[in-house]
Design a protein around this ligand. Structure first.
Ligand SMILES: [Zn+2]
Length: 223
């Protein structure tokens, strides 16, 4: 099968680290999906947010998978991208109602079989951290175990893709009605609501989001 590359677009993104294109997201509902959305706009450009080992280090700290700076090699970065793309293809299969690709299942299971980070908490109800003596391998094992738990369990059918035409971010739908459409009401949901309102005002049909090009299978980028 032909495979499209995730295109690193380091010369095509806003260099401001807080720009939309480089901003990390931790609101998908699962750490393994947070990793998947380190590629932005997969429906169109598939731009890379983990452009360097340093980016991966920042992502691990922000995601609660490392206390502070840890040594990260380019090999670690390639491993993280491999796990991410395997997780993405499994998520796509789950969304489409297809069997998960076996090679990707092996990749995720392989990482999940390694020692992961020990969980700990500090204050009641204030969250679980998984850090302390972190290595990238243990962090990836933790993410892979999260993917095993998600896609092997009853929530596999609740992984969704944002319905906004310019987003395609993945998220876990934990709504009671199981009909959540947007990755975030604060961004995509609001934008689409405003657009629908304008269409009604203009008397144009209130159609759903425009169709997108179907996702091409995505392979790991060059590291
Ligand atoms: Zn969205």
């Amino acid at each position: 099968m032909a495979r499209a590359l995730v295109q690193p677009v380091t010369d095509d993104v806003d260099p401001d680290a807080e720009s939309h294109e480089l901003r990390f997201r931790f609101d998908t509902g699962r750490p393994c999906l947070d990793l998947v959305v380190t590629v932005g706009e997969r429906w169109q450009r598939s731009f890379e947010r983990l452009r360097s080992p340093g980016d991966l280090g920042r992502w691990l700290v922000r995601g609660g998978l490392a206390d502070g700076p840890i040594h990260i090699t380019r090999r670690d970065l390639a491993d993280a991208r491999d796990l991410r793309e395997a997780t993405f293809r499994i998520a796509r299969a789950a969304i489409d109602g297809r069997p998960a690709p076996q090679a990707d299942v092996r990749t995720v299971n392989g990482w999940a079989a390694r020692p992961d980070l020990a969980p700990r908490f500090e204050r009641l109800g204030r969250g679980v951290r998984r850090d302390g003596g972190a290595t990238v391998g243990a962090a990836l094992a933790t993410l892979a175990r999260d993917a095993v738990d998600l896609f092997g369990g009853p929530l596999a059918g609740r992984v969704r893709e944002c319905a906004a035409v310019d987003c395609s971010g993945l998220f876990l739908d934990t709504s009671r009605a199981r009909r959540r459409r947007w990755c975030s009401m604060a961004t995509c949901g609001n934008r689409e609501k405003v657009a629908a309102y304008r269409r009604r005002r203009a008397g144009t049909p209130n159609r759903p989001s425009l169709g997108r090009t179907p996702h091409a299978p995505i392979a790991s980028p060059r590291s």
